[in-house]
Design a binder for this molecule. Structure first.
Ligand SMILES: [Zn+2]
Length: 177
């Protein structure tokens, strides 16, 4: 078990063994978007969903380690300890932004300069080869405008947004970004 203040607080609040990450960006500097992935299987198969999963053995009960692992596996995004604070901490309060959906903590990250195409290229390579540690959970990722709940353009196919992602976005206060 880790000693992160954030994780301790989440345990106190009754967090379960799931964890998720909200990947926010300002598309073109002005459109508030969230990255969702098209699920290849499981409960949300065929739907656009957030990066989320269950803590695994290697996370040793740490939600931060689990969140970073899920980001790497599902969205091919590497967050290091160096840029973690910059992405996940509110600069005014100096606290990690995290919100519970049911018993699942969702870490709220504000990213700058990530784009769909290189991520989708990596996903396609992963999905077409049998490699260990190359998770194949998503078909592709897309940017969803959180004000309209629609994709920002027609570059990638439009699919239903999962109830999980809808629930998170509807409860999320945009002013927290
Ligand atoms: Zn932790």
């Amino acid at each position: 078990m880790c000693n992160h203040k954030t994780c301790k607080k989440l345990r106190t609040k009754g967090a379960g063994n799931g964890v998720g990450v909200a990947v926010f960006e300002q598309y073109n500097g002005s459109i508030p978007v969230i990255m969702l992935g098209h699920e290849r299987g499981g409960q949300y198969k065929g739907e656009m969903n957030m990066c989320a999963g269950k803590l695994d053995h290697s996370d040793q009960g740490c939600y931060i380690v689990g969140a970073k692992r899920e980001l790497r596996e599902e969205f091919k995004i590497d967050v290091t300890s160096v840029n973690f604070d910059q992405i996940f901490k509110n600069s005014r309060t100096n606290r990690v932004r995290v919100m519970m959906i049911g018993k699942t903590p969702i870490f709220i990250g504000v990213f700058h300069g990530i784009s769909r195409d290189p991520i989708n290229k990596t996903i396609a390579i992963c999905n077409s080869t049998q490699r260990p540690h190359c998770e194949q959970e998503m078909n592709f990722v897309n940017w969803i405008d959180i004000r309209t709940m629609s994709p920002i353009d027609t570059k990638y196919p439009n699919h239903k947004i999962s109830s999980f992602a809808t629930s998170f976005i509807s409860k999320f206060d945009l002013s927290r970004l």
